[in-house]
Design a protein around this ligand. Structure first.
Ligand code: ADP
Ligand code: MG
Length: 239
């Protein structure tokens, strides 16, 4: 596989704790990979390292043939969506979506065109002048998704984007996210602790435990052919 994003030997320690132990991961262009694993296994830390929000102790991060380890976060061309939406409360939906484009010097017309396009995709055209507090959690998360796509990132990082939502919305939004990911052919890392979610949304699942990727493969393979007791238990392969 020719990798579009490649993590090589990523190591991160907080104090004495080895949170990431030489993690290697290759992702093809347009692929959606899920990082799955129990709470505390290092998923968010790994995403933050890719985004440049956490400095790595060792390793390389290659994006589109370029080592980005020393590139500051704002120049990495990586979009990130968090569990807690993180919208600007004092800006309307369209202002939120256009903010990143504005910072990059896009014209008003360009911004408007792009945000209208994205609002149609996330089905919130009638909410463009609303403020985040006037929206449901699911709607806010769709705005966050549109905002991250507005600046046309090379990679999209989704850190448990559905975890704060109730079960019904979670199911419909995961389908929506997958459709949008395919439509943009967006190279995506999706983090979750929910094995069902991982099996449904991704091209490939990487199961993490204690700072290591312990098994990776297609959803089918990882579910039907767990290589260790841990993987079998976590995936619910025994029933
Ligand atoms: P996950 O997202 O898989 O739940 P995290 O990446 O958030 O796990 O955390 C992995 C481990 O690193 C945890 O033990 C957590 O307490 C620790 N950790 C994360 N961030 C920090 C930090 N800034 N300082 C110290 N320890 C941290
Ligand atoms: Mg986390």
């Amino acid at each position: 596989m020719s990798a579009y994003l490649e993590l090589q030997g990523i190591r991160k320690q907080f104090g004495d704790a080895n949170v990431l132990n030489h993690v290697n991961l290759k992702i093809a262009e347009g692929e959606m990979v899920t990082l799955l694993g129990p709470s505390g296994c290092g998923k968010s830390t790994l995403l933050r390292c890719v985004a440049g929000l956490t400095e790595i102790d060792e390793g390389q991060i290659i994006l589109a043939q370029k080592n980005i380890v020393h590139v500051p976060p704002r120049n990495r061309e990586i979009g990130m969506v968090f569990q807690s939406y993180g919208l600007f409360p004092n800006m309307t939906v369209s202002e939120n979506i256009e903010y990143g484009m504005k910072m990059r010097g896009a014209s008003k017309e360009e911004r408007r065109k792009r945000s209208d396009e994205l609002l149609a995709i996330v089905d919130l055209e009638d909410k463009r002048h609303h403020y985040p507090r006037q929206l449901s959690g699911g709607q806010q998360q769709r705005v966050a998704l549109a905002r991250s796509l507005a600046v046309q990132p090379k990679v999209l990082l989704l850190d448990e984007p559905l975890s704060a939502l109730d079960a019904k919305i979670r199911k419909s939004l995961r389908t929506e996210i997958r459709e949008i990911q395919k439509r943009f052919n967006m190279t995506t890392i999706f983090v979750t602790h929910d094995q069902e979610e991982a099996l449904i949304v991704s091209d490939r699942v990487c199961l993490m435990n204690k700072g290591n990727i312990v098994q990776e493969g297609t959803p089918e393979a990882i579910y039907t052919t767990p290589r260790t007791e841990f993987v079998a238990r976590f995936m619910g392969s025994y029933n």
